[in-house]
Each structure stands twice: as structure tokens, then as C-alpha cells.
Design a protein around this ligand. Structure first.
Ligand code: FE
Length: 340
């Protein structure tokens, strides 16, 4: 069930805590934006391995507001969420705390964790280019920067600038190229749009397949879901399009993370750290990454078959903390160039 973090969610967690305290010596309470089916099986493993019970509130929105209003009375020990911008927003709001762990530092490459030890990346996704195979050749594509070239006028589909994935992509352009060049790029993309931004990432790929545009921008795992899902229209759209890895001769494709952090209010800090360590470890990484067609953060973990079929891309290794630092500027630039 995916709900907002309202009173209902808090009540659900309390009930679950009260109902299970007797069976476990230790517990950890988790607020999660990640879906239950992606993580419940690994949490079960963690409970079996450690004897620590994991109580989870799954929700779709309202986590930060909830944590802020609960303050130090929050029952949450840790959060799980996607996107560096959300992790950074929680850090900036002061609802998280810094932790140190040799295991986390060993398992997670430095670009995927906060230098101050507040947030830790657990899975990696990239934001890439998709193209209509009957109208575009892979050789015509190269970089994110190239999408701002007038040759793509009226040919690009990308979602709204209010979306955090686009904000992080924009922030990475600022962090890599500087604000001035990034603003020119954003204006170029805006000028090349095939239509007013609308829908999610999958809708952009579907629009490219339907001929509304020739290229689309989207996150890699959505393509995995389209290829392997039950939706025939999505499967057909995926078949008409192909994925292209941008900036392979340069800095590499923009990546983002899903991650975890310990809350400032945590009453079970050690257990929360153990849980995040477990999620970064061998046993959890394979399942966690492949369950959503993502990349593991831990080196050497086998990829999901579909993900492996996308080749061996070069990823941008810029620290995501630096990308996060450009988030505010990214939103201002979107505003200035009129990318709604
Ligand atoms: Fe998503």
C-alpha cells in the first residue's frame, strides 16, 4: 500500500511496533519511498540474519514534512528514498545524522555517499537518451550537450522541470560545465522540445515510439520495466526504441542513486547502521539492484540480465554531493529558460 505520511502512516507504524516488541530484542523503524516488493524480501533476510525486527512505513510522499513535524519524537530510525536531491533535502532540513561505518565506506564508492556520512547510496540508475530506431541512427547521438543543437529542433521529449530526476541532471550539467554553459544548454533543450513537458519517463519513450518526437530522455530502469512488464503497449514502444549511453567519450552518463540515511531522532542507531550495512552488502545488493533494473553500488555484484544487456557504460564519477550543491541553481535556471 502506498500512502502519504499522514496520521494513518504513523498509526500503522505504532501498531506494528507495539505488536512485535516481544519477539525481537532489537528493532529498527524505517520510513520508505521504495516500494515494499523491492525491499521486503531483503528485510526478511536481515531479520533472519540479525534478529533485528524491521518495521516499515511505505509511502509515496510527505516523508520530510512528517519527519520535521515529529522532530525528536519521530519513531523513524532510518529512511530509504530515491534521488540525491531528496536525500540532500532531508540532510539540509536537519532531520538526519552523520554516521561512520568502515563497512559502508568499503562497500559504497565515494561518489555515491555523503562526504559527511549522512546519506549512503545503495543502488545506481542512469538518466540516458532513447531514440526511435526508424528515424534516428545511434551514430547521430553523442552527448547531453548535443541535444541542445538546432538539428534536434522539435524532436525531443523530456518531462517537466519540476521532476527531481531532471533537476539532478541539470545540477550535474552545472557541476560539470559551470552555470553559464548549463543555462545555455537548458535553453537549447527548451527550444528543441517536440511538445510541452508532460507525463513520466515512460511516457517520453512511448511518445518517441509513437512518432511525437525522435529522442526521449529517461531513467534506465523504466526501460527495463517496459521491456519486461505485462503492459503490451509499453513492450511495443520499447521495441521501437533503443537506449543510447551519452558522453561515453567524455565524463560518462549522468547517474543518480537510491539511498539510505539514519534519522537524527533515531533511538536505535546501531541497528539502523547495521541495516544500511546489510543493504550495501553482497547478499542484498544483487536482489535490491535487479528487482528494479538498477545497478548495484557494490563492485563485483552480478547484474540483472536485462541490465547486463545494455552493455558496460561509463558513468560520470563526479561526487553526488557536488551535484546536490547545484540543485537550487538548477531550479532557477529551469525557471529562467522557461522549461516548465
Ligand atoms: Fe522513478
Amino acid at each position: 500500500m502506498r500512502v502519504s505520511f499522514g496520521l494513518f502512516a504513523a498509526a500503522a507504524l505504532m501498531t506494528s511496533v507495539a505488536g512485535t516488541t516481544a519477539a525481537y530484542a532489537e528493532e529498527v523503524n524505517l520510513y520508505s519511498y521504495r516500494q515494499e516488493k523491492l525491499i521486503r524480501p531483503i528485510l526478511d533476510e536481515f531479520e533472519k540474519d540479525t534478529g533485528i525486527k524491521v518495521n516499515v512505513v511505505f509511502a509515496k510522499k510527505g516523508m520530510l514534512q512528517r519527519l520535521k513535524s515529529e522532530g525528536m519524537n519521530s519513531p523513524a530510525d532510518a529512511i530509504l528514498t530515491t534521488d540525491i536531491s531528496r536525500l540532500q533535502a532531508h540532510k539540509a532540513a536537519g532531520v538526519l545524522q552523520s554516521v561512520s561505518s568502515d563497512k559502508l565506506n568499503a562497500n559504497i564508492p565515494s561518489q555515491y555517499r555523503d562526504p559527511e556520512g549522512v546519506w549512503y547510496g545503495l543502488t545506481v540508475r542512469s538518466r540516458v537518451i532513447f531514440f526511435a530506431k526508424d528515424r534516428v541512427k545511434a551514430e547521430e547521438l553523442s552527448t547531453y550537450e548535443d541535444l541542445a543543437d538546432p538539428k534536434w529542433k522539435g524532436r525531443i521529449c523530456i518531462r517537466s522541470s519540476s521532476n527531481v530526476y531532471n533537476q539532478s541532471l541539470m545540477a550535474s550539467m552545472i557541476a560539470n560545465l559551470g552555470a553559464e554553459a548549463a543555462e545555455k544548454w537548458a535553453a537549447g533543450i527548451k527550444a528543441n522540445l517536440a511538445r510541452k513537458p508532460q507525463g513520466g519517463d515512460r511516457d517520453q519513450i512511448k511518445a518517441a515510439a509513437a512518432g511525437e518526437c525522435d529522442v526521449a530522455v529517461g531513467n534506465t530502469y523504466y526501460y527495463g520495466k517496459m521491456v519486461n512488464g505485462k503492459d503490451e503497449a509499453q513492450k511495443a514502444a520499447a521495441a521501437k526504441t533503443a537506449m543510447f549511453w551519452p558522453n561515453q567519450d567524455g565524463r560518462g552518463a549522468h547517474v543518480n542513486i537510491s539511498g539510505a540515511a539514519v534519522t537524527k531522532a533515531s533511538k536505535n542507531k546501531e541497528a539502523a547502521i547495521k541495516l544500511i550495512e546489510f543493504l550495501s552488502g553482497e547478499k542484498a545488493q544483487k536482489f535490491y539492484a535487479s528487482s528494479n533494473y538498477e545497478y548495484p553500488v557494490l563492485a563485483g555484484v552480478e547484474l540483472d540480465g536485462t541490465v547486463a544487456s545494455w552493455g558496460k557504460p561509463k558513468f560520470d564519477v563526479i561526487g553526488l554531493d557536488k551535484v546536490a550543491d547545484s540543485q537550487v541553481e538548477a531550479v532557477k535556471i529551469f525557471d529562467r529558460v522557461g522549461w516548465r
